[in-house]
Design a protein around this ligand. Structure first.
Ligand SMILES: Cc1cc2nc3c(=O)[nH]c(=O)nc-3n(C[C@H](O)[C@H](O)[C@H](O)COP(=O)(O)OP(=O)(O)OC[C@H]3O[C@@H](n4cnc5c(N)ncnc54)[C@H](O)[C@@H]3O)c2cc1C
Length: 478
């Protein structure tokens, strides 16, 4: 540390990216101070399933899964139509596996067993990945944050809670520290890990207008600290902003207001129907792509199910319960009718088409056949579901409007290079400034790649940023 600096590396934000950056910078010999705006560490990472997408790991090898960073890279770029910078994505795809091994070494438990969902620890395929690549840790995001925080303490990296960094200290074109609680703190390098901007309506409209399309149905599950402070920091140094229009909205029935762990799950015996009265997708398609398919329809989308499905909903959830659906229907917000013809009238879709759609559905999958158009039987089998969904045949029938309205994370932020350095509008590195996670943009793209894209981005790029910031603050004598 130079005489004028109080610390080598300052980390802003204590979620997955910030904690990974703090531990990694300390491992590389830097003195580290982390500021977290909230009363506890963790951010959205703490709320998440903690699932990480990564290739070439020991967990995959133990299960005989053939994978490599090169294969991951190809899949990643193809799915994103190559609209990302291959150099940055190569760094991410190469380092994600190493980051998972690092986490395991720190004490994160990812058992070598196949998991059929994003919540059971093990290796899963929750997204649209070409091989099993989603690593689900024990105790999910909470477990991940606990292990990283313990590593932080052991490495001697200090964390100050309840302190929202206000601005960067910029001197002669380089970042020299920050101002927090009105106090200047000087550092050799600063790593911005302040998460996304899901909670800020103005920034949402500017950088992710798709969220506005949900109107009053929009609800945000990202952590309260997701206020988009990285944009103000970026403005101070003329940083380049990338990732406009990108984020993750999950499809939900209009009456959901909480993440599905509390809201509950829609009935398995359901179909999604567009304004023409037709099915248009595999209703169990991955969240990585389902919002895009729904948004591509040219009118409202309805979830259609029957009274048997409603009555069979398990108790204990806030929104997807028999009683809640009943009260929504009583209030007239969920459509209900004694016949499919009457339901079609309320939905304003062609009656004969809706009837034909339901008849076709009832003839195929519920009778043990294949869903020949949308291959839903294959998705259910991949999820380990053996019992087919039931017919839609017991009146009354219901239709609940379904749309992408649950905002999970945002992808627009400070453009970074493969070393997590923040770039200015000319593409040059801003001296002393690094970024990672949702705040550091360029890895999360048009499509959410595989279950665990965002946590993998946070931990992998956070780890890279911490190492790079330590190297910047404490250049080796050579
Ligand atoms: C319910 C839910 C489930 C999810 N499940 C998954 C999943 O399983 N897999 C996956 O890949 N992704 C998942 N995601 C998305 C993923 O969790 C996030 O994208 C990722 O964890 C973001 O990490 P981060 O470090 O960038 O941000 P965060 O974890 O949000 O951390 C940012 C931190 O910075 C703090 N901060 C903000 N401004 C300031 C400031 N000015 N000064 C100091 N501190 C500040 C915030 O309070 C916060 O603690 C999920 C998200 C949610 C909400």
């Amino acid at each position: 540390m130079s005489a004028e600096n109080q610390v080598d590396v300052l980390v802003l934000g204590g979620g997955g990216a910030g904690l990974a950056a703090a531990v990694s910078a300390a491992e590389h010999g830097a003195s580290v101070l982390l500021f977290e705006s909230e009363r506890e560490l963790g951010g959205s990472t703490l709320l998440s399933a903690g699932m990480l997408t990564a290739a070439g790991t020991s967990v995959q090898a133990a299960l005989g899964v053939q994978d490599s960073p090169d294969r991951f890279l190809q899949h990643y770029l193809d799915l994103n139509h190559w609209q990302l910078k291959p150099g940055l994505i190569k760094a991410f795809c190469t380092e994600a596996g190493a980051a998972v091994e690092w986490l395991i070494g720190l004490g994160v438990d990812i058992p070598a067993k196949l998991s059929h969902d994003a919540h059971t620890p093990g290796l899963t395929r929750a997204g649209v990945e070409d091989v099993w690549r989603g690593h689900v840790p024990k105790d999910q995001g909470y477990g991940l944050v606990q292990v990283l925080d313990r590593a932080r303490r052991q490495a001697g990296a200090e964390a100050v809670l309840n302190t929202r960094v206000e601005r960067l200290l910029v001197e002669h074109g380089r970042v020299a520290g920050v101002v927090a609680d009105g106090i200047e703190v000087r550092a050799g390098a600063v790593v911005v890990c302040t998460g996304g901007f899901s909670q800020d309506p103005a920034l949402r409209s500017q950088y992710y207008p798709d969220a506005d399309a949900a109107g009053e149905d929009l609800f945000v599950v990202a952590a309260p600290g997701s206020r988009g402070d990285h944009f103000a920091f970026g403005t101070q140094v003329g940083a380049s902003i990338t990732g406009h229009g990108r984020g993750l909205l999950l499809p939900t029935a209009y009456f959901q207001r909480l993440h599905h762990w509390q809201s509950g799950f829609p009935p398995r015996s359901r179909i999604l129907v567009n304004s023409h009265g037709r099915r248009f997708m595999d209703e169990d398609a991955s969240y990585a792509v389902s919002s895009g398919i729904i948004s591509a329809q040219d009118g409202p989308v309805w979830m259609v199910f029957d009274d048997r499905a409603r009555r069979d909903l398990p108790p204990g959830y806030a929104h997807w319960s028999a009683g809640h659906v009943q009260s929504e229907a009583d209030a007239g917000r969920t459509l209900r009718a004694d016949s499919l013809t009457e339901l079609a009238g309320k939905m304003a879709v062609p009656e004969s088409t809706l009837q034909a759609t339901v008849d076709r559905w009832n003839r195929e999958l519920p009778r043990g056949g294949a869903d020949t158009e949308f291959l839903r039987h294959e998705t259910l089998a991949a999820k380990g579901v053996a019992e087919p969904p039931a017919e839609i045949a017991t009146a009354p029938f219901y239709a609940a409007r379904t749309l992408p309205a649950e905002l999970v994370c945002t992808h627009a932020g400070l453009e970074i290079d493969a070393g997590a350095a923040v770039l200015d509008a000319r593409g040059n590195r801003v001296p002393g400034l690094f970024a990672a996670g949702e705040a550091g943009a360029g890895v999360l793209g048009l499509r959410y790649v595989g279950g665990g894209n965002a946590v993998a981005n946070a931990v992998t790029m956070g780890r890279i940023a911490g190492r790079a910031a330590a190297g910047h603050a404490r250049p080796s004598p050579a």
